[in-house]
Write a protein that binds this ligand. Structure first.
Ligand code: SF4
Ligand code: SF4
Length: 215
């Protein structure tokens, strides 16, 4: 989700690439699950996340919605899914009773990224570190690539860029639509194409995604 912010206030003022070393190592989050609570609707899910969640949990997008694991919200006119953090402490539905992530190996991209953020520019992005977000005080340096632990990272980064600018374009398009029925129809089309139509969890995600983009 895009946010207006002053980078100098929230980061160390530097921008990074995947091979750069940054103070991210937090001892495997031992004893802490702070960033799995109270995040509201900010853990927005993209098609890669849905491919991972539906494929690994063997549940459809609709089932995840009806189980209250995910929910839909409107972001600048566009309806997108997000993790559904609820209850008094707004805890993630995938947190175990021991406070650990039960879907660690296929957790959403925003969870992998935290406390990094992305600054989009020139049809790409670079990473920055949000220095006030992680509760662990002494963090060790590690490569961003290792922190994210995402296979075929270059492909993933290209997909993230493509999805980001595509959603921005749809947000702009929606602003030009005259009535609610057209806005609803555009959103339904987007949801149907990228989320409701099942992905094959065993097949390459990127081929499936770009085939949908082409259509
Ligand atoms: S999916 Fe895992 S890492 Fe992400 S908020 Fe939920 S418990 Fe935390
Ligand atoms: S705040 Fe830091 S240590 Fe705590 S769960 Fe999040 S990333 Fe891990």
């Amino acid at each position: 989700m895009e946010r207006d912010m002053n980078l100098d206030e929230i980061s160390d003022g530097k921008l990074y690439e995947a091979n750069d070393m940054v103070r991210l190592g937090c001892g495997d989050c031992d004893g802490c699950s702070a960033c799995c609570h109270g995040m509201g609707d900010t853990i927005v899910l993209d098609p890669y996340d849905i491919w991972q969640l539906t494929g690994n949990l063997h549940h459809t997008f609709e089932q995840l919605l009806s189980q209250g694991k995910i929910a839909l919200a409107v972001y600048d006119g566009v309806i997108l899914p997000h993790l559904c953090l609820e209850g008094a402490q707004e805890g993630c539905p995938f947190l175990s009773t021991q406070g650990r992530c039960s879907i660690h190996s296929f957790r959403p991209g925003i969870c992998r990224l935290f406390p990094l953020g992305r600054l989009y520019e020139d049809n790409g992005f670079r990473y920055f570190i949000q220095v006030h977000e992680c509760r662990k005080e002494s963090r060790t340096k590690m490569k961003i690539k290792k922190w994210l632990d995402i296979p075929e990272l270059r492909k993933y980064e290209r997909f993230i860029t493509s999805w980001h600018y595509f959603i921005k374009a749809v947000q702009e398009e929606i602003k030009t639509l005259g009535d609610e029925a057209q806005i609803k129809q555009r959103n339904m089309q987007l949801l149907q194409t990228y989320f409701l139509t099942p992905y094959n969890g065993k097949d390459d995600f990127y081929e499936q995604f770009y085939a949908r983009r082409k259509e």
